[in-house]
Design a protein around this ligand. Structure first.
Ligand code: NAD
Length: 486
């Protein structure tokens, strides 16, 4: 591997899988982990093979009865300890995450804090999983129990590796279910480190396993007959395959998929606040955010003024290596860079105007990184590819409208339905939009606000099920109804 001060050699010593509370080397194909800011390999690991995926599920299955029967307060204590360990190891985890995913270190630190917070939040829920009683008259008593659903598989993306892991693993473990997680093959390290910390926190062997690898490993988990629920975060195309795989064992699925989320700005909005929300909504994490506000739908009378403000923000952004904590880091891979460039090139070829950015850039001393300039393509029609398809990069498409009704129609005009935002001074218009928007969550006068205790998920092709908040635990509980006749 490269000998570079940024690339601590101990990264090569992180095990490739965490099964039954022990590290293992992968038995499958070897893979280099690439620093997306330099294009250099900084560690090597091996994928799990099918046998190891099976071992992880078997370990989670064996751990299930003991973990399910652990008194809720003890389960909670272990999860609280894990949250504390994540906090104590935050600097190291964040450095690994920043290096591996390319994200600015301050954002990586925030992601680790969010992971700790998920474990803390769901630890607090362990002893509050109350069922209900159902009135059936004097001769019968009916009530429900929330039992652990069983072994759960968590198949994860590369854009928020550690926080997405915690988003699913924490509620699953709180419910008494056990976990086999498969991080993205591009960003496996923090998942393994988190599972290792879970063992240090006292979670029993087998409660929290991690296997690495690409789609094959994911498919092996999703179709395994001992997996009761599959939580998948990733692209809509893969989500469809997961549904098919999970149909073998008839496992439940939570699918958190892609988006092309609109941010509507009406003429009466505070344009400075809107510009800040729009720019952050699309340029944060280099636009590699499922809920990115990838479309600005703006009333024509304020469109140009607003776009000028967004351009000013785009052009003021610092861009560089994640560990140097710029505003924006690189895209995850050369493939992703090529994909983003392809979308922009095709939009230009269709005759649309790129008002800022539009191409790869090379920050100082980083001539081989996957950097793409913050980009705005202005005034595109609803049928344009750039207005319909998820780019997953720092590329904003703007659409003009002439009324709140037209804004709503444009906002709802794609096959996705993850989030939607609106900026307006008119509460009635905001509420009308919020009620009619085809999205799992709507943000009024502040995009992507609210945090991780608010339920999150999509409608249409953005997914099924909800994560985050108390609702996020329901996927990991099987409701059992008991009727006593007396
Ligand atoms: P991806 O679909 O390519 O991969 C996601 C995961 O699925 C990876 O771990 C991958 O190895 C695995 N996988 C691939 N093929 C598989 C198969 N056939 N069976 C089982 N597993 C398989 O997605 P990605 O490129 O890692 O992430 C980007 C996508 O994720 C974007 O579309 C983005 O919108 C979406 N995303 C959604 C959310 C959300 O919460 N809705 C959050 C983050 C990312």
């Amino acid at each position: 591997m490269q000998d570079h001060p940024r690339y601590p050699r101990q990264l090569d010593r992180i095990p490739h899988c965490w099964i039954d509370s022990a590290g293992q080397a992968g038995a499958g194909a070897a893979r280099d982990l690439i620093d997306p800011a330099t294009g250099q390999a900084f560690a090597t690991y091996r994928d799990a093979d099918g046998n190891q995926a099976g071992q992880a599920v078997a370990s989670a299955k064996a751990a299930l009865p003991g973990w399910a029967d652990t008194p809720p307060a003890e389960r909670a204590a272990a999860l609280f300890r894990l949250a504390t360990l994540l906090d104590q190891n935050a600097d190291r985890l964040a450095a690994v995450e920043s290096l591996n995913a390319g994200k600015p270190i301050s954002q990586a630190k925030r992601d680790v804090r969010r992971a700790a917070d998920y474990f803390r939040f769901y630890a607090g829920a362990c002893d509050k999983l109350n069922g209900e009683s159902i009135p059936l008259g004097p001769d019968q008593t009916a009530f429900t129990l929330l039992e652990p659903v069983g072994v759960t598989a968590h198949i994860l993306p590369w854009n928020y590796p550690v926080s997405t892991l915690a988003r699913g693993a924490a509620p699953a473990l709180a419910a008494g279910s056990t976990v086999v997680a498969k991080p993205s093959e591009l960003t496996p390290l923090t998942a393994i480190l988190t599972a290792k910390l879970a063992s240090e926190a006292g979670l029993p062997a087998g409660a929290f396993n991690v296997v690495t690898g690409a789609g094959e490993t994911g498919a092996a988990l999703a179709s395994h007959r001992d997996v009761a629920h599959v939580t998948f975060t990733g692209s809509t195309a893969t989500g469809r395959k997961i549904m098919q795989s999970a149909s073998k064992p008839i496992a439940g699925t939570t699918l958190e998929l892609g988006g092309k989320s609109p941010v509507v700005v009406l003429a009466d909005a505070d344009l400075d606040a809107a510009a800040a929300g729009v720019a952050r909504g699309i340029f944060f994490n280099a636009g590699q955010v499922c809920a990115a506000g990838a479309r600005l739908v703006c009333e024509a009378s304020v469109h140009d003024a607003l776009v000028d403000k967004v351009i000013a923000k785009a052009e003021a952004m610092t861009i560089g290596h994640g560990l140097d904590d710029p505003d924006m880091g690189p895209l995850i891979s050369a493939t992703q860079l090529e994909r983003v460039q392809g979308f922009v090139d095709r939009a230009k070829a269709e005759g649309f105007t790129c008002v800022t950015g539009g191409s790869r850039i090379f920050p100082e001393k980083l001539s081989a990184g996957n950097f793409f300039a913050p980009t705005v393509i202005a005034d595109v029609p609803a049928e344009a590819e750039i207005a319909r398809q998820e780019v997953f990069g720092p590329v904003l498409a703007t659409q003009k409208c002439h009324s709140a009704d037209e804004a709503l129609a444009l906002a709802n005009g794609t096959r996705f339905g993850l989030v939607a935002g609106i900026y307006t001074a008119d509460t009635t218009q905001a509420m009308r939009f919020a009620r009619k928007a085809e999205a799992g969550q709507v943000f009024v006068n502040g995009f992507l606000k609210g945090g991780d205790t608010v339920p999150f998920g999509g409608v249409k092709e953005s997914g099924i099920g909800r994560e985050k908040g108390l609702l996020g635990i329901s996927a990991y509980c099987a409701v059992k109804s008991i009727v006593l006749n007396h």
